[in-house]
Write a protein that binds this ligand. Structure first.
Ligand code: ADP
Length: 581
């Protein structure tokens, strides 16, 4: 046949199929068609022609069992063939009627589907296996499931006795939960060994979980050996020389007749080996089996890399989430701190304006009255009243000065600019002076004031002397005493105690005043904090005294403590360290 076969179908099939196709064609054309046939090798053909449907089947013999089949429906090709064999039809060949054509084609497909050549069938099966593995990889991130399924599918496909995965350098199984590595325990050494296995039956002994302690040197050696990623086959492996036996150094446990091994290379690193065993009888491995194993190993390497990336990503995601949570918390804390700072500032401003305005108004009022008394002859002010007014102006002025001094002191300490002028001071003397300075206030409020030098009766020649800034220590004493008097009602008692141990000088001011609720004690030493900050509060003050006191105590390297009971009284104790001898 010389004419073009562009419209013909070429297929490698058994002779049996050739005959079945002929039968099918005969059934399709019916009895009134012209049939020409030659059933002798080498050129067998079958031609059926009718005005509605024509086809030509030719077979080139390959051997006694198989032929190459050519099928055409082309009127030109069929006419050319008829010319070649010198046969003239009584009618003109036409394109086939479509219903005949599709009926024939469908039947042909059914026929081929059941009877393809074994090599094609095998190829289809092989592609199907690879397709199953790649689909699994595409749809699952669960590496253990992918590897487990793959060894089973490969074993089934190759009809081998055993398929295993030998894995290098993985965390000890104690760290594996549900096949997933949770946390690698750095104290437990990593392992090498068989992590996946599929067996044809229970008669094949299991070698799953045979492990070795991981050795970087042996992996390096293997890596070098298998870096070119070849699949190697041992067709009659003696136990001793099998890969697994040599890796695990356990020749007796493993009886293998043939072995096929392919490396699983992940990012150019030897991750593991995919190994096929024939245990019962020797086996000659086919080229296509080696190629298949190699292709599966390549796909598994992709899955392993993909799962590694995924777990890294997951870890990064977790770290990021944690960072976001931490950062949000930090921001929230900063916001709360800023809010409370701004609240404290506005509280302070309203307190300060109150504290400044009250004495200033008095000073201005008194001054105006005095001026009027001097200018207006009708306005008479006795000399006694004049002195009283001037005393009030002086008192209020001093209060304002003290307030501003406290404020300046505090800002100086906070800016780290305050310098202590330390010298040897007598604590008992400082305490006595402080008592004298507040005695007037105590008397005015009818509060009894006393000083106890402890232990009582001890000679005072050493006189509780120690190194400190006398002005600042007195400031501490005065702040504590003034508060004690201020917050103690009439007929109450304020006691100051002074004591020196071998390492510490102790100052204590105790009162029988209103006391401080436990939940408010943490606010005590914060600047601008007054426990009763309402505008119409009962006790004057700025909320600076205790903040400044604490700073001054700390500047001396000391600490301050408070003990208090509402309605019973408060006890402030200052501990100042003594310099070592
Ligand atoms: P202030 O100038 O308002 O007294 P402080 O810083 O000295 O400021 O004190 C802060 C707050 O602590 C006071 O407003 C008061 O509520 C409370 N406080 C201080 N000392 C005493 C005390 N001895 N008894 C009861 N409350 C006290």
């Amino acid at each position: 046949m010389t004419s073009s076969r562009t419209h013909s179908v070429g297929q490698l099939l058994s002779w049996a199929i050739f005959h079945q196709v002929v039968d099918l064609l005969q059934a399709t054309v019916g009895t009134d068609a012209i049939v020409l046939t030659e059933n002798q090798a080498p050129k067998r053909f079958f031609l059926a022609a009718s005005p509605s449907f024509s086809a030509l089947i030719q077979a080139d013999a390959i051997d006694a069992d198989y032929c190459q089949l050519h099928l055409t429906f082309s009127p030109d090709q069929i006419s050319a063939f008829l010319e070649e064999i010198n046969y003239a039809l009584p009618f003109l060949l036409q394109e086939n009627q479509s219903d005949h054509q599709s009926e024939f084609t469908l039947n042909l497909i059914k026929l081929f589907a059941h009877s393809a050549h074994p090599s094609i069938q095998h190829q289809v099966e092989q592609e199907r296996l690879i397709n199953q593995v790649t689909t699994l990889i595409r749809h699952s991130l669960n590496l253990p499931v992918i590897l487990e399924t793959a060894v089973h599918q490969v074993r089934e496909f190759l009809e081998a006795d055993r398929v295993i995965i030998y894995q290098f350098n993985f965390p000890a199984p104690s760290c594996l939960i549900d096949g997933e590595v949770l946390t690698a325990d750095p104290t437990v050494p990593n392992l090498d060994g068989i992590t996946y296995e599929a067996r044809s039956s229970d008669r094949i002994p299991s070698i799953l979980n045979l492990m070795n302690e991981y050795s970087a040197a042996s992996l390096k050696h293997l890596q070098k050996r298998h870096s070119d990623s070849v699949t190697w086959a041992a067709n009659s492996t003696k136990s001793k020389s099998s890969t697994v036996a040599s890796l695990l150094d356990e020749p007796t446990a493993i009886s293998i007749q043939a072995e096929l091994v392919t490396p699983i290379m992940v990012q150019e690193e030897l991750w593991g080996l995919l190994i096929v065993h024939q245990c019962q009888h020797p086996r000659q491995w086919l080229e296509r089996e080696k190629i298949l194993l190699q292709r599966i190993a390549e796909h598994l390497a992709i899955a392993i890399y993909q799962s590694k990336l995924y777990s890294e990503l997951q870890q990064q995601k977790n770290t990021l989430e944690q960072q976001i949570i931490d950062r949000t918390q930090e921001l929230r804390d900063t916001l709360i701190a800023a809010e409370s700072a701004s609240l404290a500032k506005s509280e302070f401003l309203s307190t300060m304006s109150h504290e400044l305005r009250t004495p200033l108004t008095t000073i201005l009022g008194m001054a105006a009255t005095l001026i009027r008394a001097f200018q207006d002859t009708n306005y008479i002010l006795t000399p006694q009243k004049q002195i009283e007014y001037l005393q009030i102006i002086q008192e209020r002025g001093e209060h304002l000065l003290a307030l501003i001094n406290d404020l300046l002191d505090l800002s100086e300490v906070e800016a780290g600019k305050m310098i202590l002028e330390c010298k040897e001071v007598s604590l008992s003397k400082l305490a006595q002076q402080s008592i004298q300075l507040v005695q007037g206030k105590a008397d005015a409020k009818q509060v009894a004031l006393s000083l106890e030098l402890l232990p009582p009766g001890e000679r005072t020649s050493r006189d509780f002397r120690f190194q400190a800034d006398p002005l600042r220590v007195q400031q501490i004493c005065l702040n504590l005493l003034s508060n004690a008097i201020k917050f103690t009602p009439e007929k109450g008692q304020v006691t100051m105690r002074v004591r020196v141990s071998s390492t510490t000088a102790i100052l204590q001011v105790e009162d029988t005043g209103i006391g401080i609720p436990a939940e408010q004690r943490s606010l005590l030493f914060q600047k601008f904090k007054q426990l009763d900050a309402s505008y119409h509060r009962k006790y004057e003050g700025t909320g600076l005294g205790l903040a400044l006191t604490k700073q001054l105590v700390e500047l001396h390297g000391g600490t301050i403590e408070v003990d208090s009971k509402v309605g019973v009284g408060s006890k402030f104790t200052v501990f100042l360290p003594l310099p070592r001898a």
